[in-house]
Design a protein around this ligand. Structure first.
Ligand code: SAJ
Length: 416
């Protein structure tokens, strides 16, 4: 088993294809998006991720990784396509269905199919397994191998975590899980833990839901602390000194393409109302609106207020703006006719205009709102900032700046 097709060359598929191609496999990367395929074939990577371009160029130059829009016969098919959320908060499995529909035309006895896309429990068995059986008569676990192997990597550290994180593999039977393990062992230095399909699917969702629930708890603490006039950051710092307490950080909302989505997938096939998971989603979703209201309160007396938003991405030190809280806050402020400038040197693709310089973004501003804690913002000189702004207000949603320093330069300092 030396030939692998990786279907879907996004944030996970492309780095995975690169790792396999660097470790002895002949890999064909497939994407339906012609633009992505053309870009990759011209030697350019469409994803900003440390180390990725270098690894990609190595394996594409030595021919171990080819990129195309068309599938070919292969020993192994890895499906790594998006699973977006639809308007009813259910998983949209159409990309997985389309990928499986392609695989069915190329699969042979003895092949292995691995699903990597985060999916509601039973997707691998009921969507892929059933489809292949219906269209080819091949039975998963008997005629071919079928496994689910979720990715667990953090954007910004994808290559490092692909190699070093522990990995879970669920198989339709033990043999399928072992076959998949053989493939990942070529580059994974962490442990590879084997289980069944549904346990692996559910575990992936449980991990991201745990994070969402923990962040919702910290956001709720922040809102309650506000009523008591207590600094939530001090509370969390002190509470986390307890050996069995680890509260995450509040913030302007939970963005990205995983944490706000996966909790819904856990609930996808069950009819339970009033769950903790939904409540936590609601809390985290409410944060950008709460932050927007607070911003309006701070600038409400200003004529033609200008607000500067620091950070467009969904989290620190990356340029990825998918589901970023900044978008919601921008939209809310635009409705209130506020002049908004967004400054984020890391994010090139944002759906609203970005300021070209720190100076432009702050000139005449009435409020600087720190939404994303990029390391580069640590270099911002608050004294200089104070000379550019019309009114010296800082709203720090990430406990990022030094409050005493800001106050020393005449700022009124608001925290979450
Ligand atoms: N956030 C907070 N407070 C925190 C931590 C995060 O408000 O204390 C916010 C961030 O600002 C961001 C959002 O949560 O808007 C999500 O960021 P994140 O760093 O928690 O997660 P992702 O989406 O970048 O990556 C997660 C990771 N999952 C876990 O840590 C359990 C990653 O390992 C997964 O592979 C990834 O989801 C995925 O693809 O599923």
């Amino acid at each position: 088993m030396k030939n692998i097709c990786v279907i879907g060359l996004g944030y996970i598929g492309l780095p995975t294809a690169c790792m396999l191609a660097s470790n002895g496999y002949n890999v064909l990367g497939i994407d339906i998006n012609e633009e992505i395929v053309t870009k990759l074939n011209s030697g350019k990577v469409h994803i900003e991720e440390p180390e990725l371009e270098e690894v990609f160029l190595n394996v594409s130059r030595n021919g171990k990784l080819r990129v195309s829009q068309n599938l070919e016969k292969s020993d192994i098919f890895i499906i790594s396509v998006p699973t977006p959320l639809n308007e009813e908060n259910k998983a949209d499995l159409s990309y997985i269905i389309n990928a499986a529909a392609k695989v069915k035309d190329y699969i042979d006895k003895g092949n292995l199919i691995i699903l990597e896309s985060t999916s509601p429990p039973s997707t691998t068995r009921k969507v892929i397994g059933s489809m292949i059986l219906k269209s080819t008569g091949l039975k998963a676990g008997e005629d071919y191998y079928l496994a689910f192997c979720p990715e667990r990597v953090l954007p910004g550290k994808i290559i490092y975590e692909l190699i070093n994180n522990d990995r879970i593999i669920g198989g339709i039977n033990k043999k399928s899980a072992e076959k998949a393990k053989e493939i990942y062992s070529s580059f994974v230095k962490g442990r590879i833990l084997l289980t069944d399909l549904e346990t692996a699917e559910f575990t992936k969702l449980a991990e991201n839901t745990y994070r969402d629930v923990n962040i919702a708890f910290s956001n709720e603490l922040a809102l309650i602390c506000n009523d008591y006039n207590i600094n939530v950051w001090d509370v969390i710092k002190l509470a986390n000194k307890h050996p069995r307490v680890n509260i995450l950080s509040p913030g302007p909302g939970v963005g990205g393409h995983c944490i706000p989505i996966d909790p819904w997938f856990i609930l996808n096939n069950v009819s339970r109302g009033n769950t903790l998971i939904e409540k936590c989603r609601d809390i985290n979703n409410s944060l950008p609106n709460i932050i927007s209201k607070k911003i309006m309160e701070i600038v409400k007396d200003k004529k033609d207020p200008k607000v500067t938003l620091f950070g467009a991405s969904y989290k620190e030190n990356i340029g990825d703006t998918r589901e970023s809280p900044t978008k919601v806050i921008y939209k809310n402020l635009a409705k209130e006719k506020v002049n908004i400038s967004v400054y984020d040197p890391l994010s090139a693709n944002f759906e609203y205009p970005l300021s070209s310089s720190l100076k432009d973004s702050l000139k005449g501003s009435d409020l600087l709102v720190l939404l994303v804690g990029h390391k580069i913002f640590k270099e911002v000189n608050l004294k200089h900032v104070s000379t550019l702004m019309r009114t010296k207000n800082i709203f720090d949603t990430r406990n990022f700046f030094k409050k005493e320093e800001a106050i020393r330069y005449g700022f009124k300092y608001y925290i979450i």
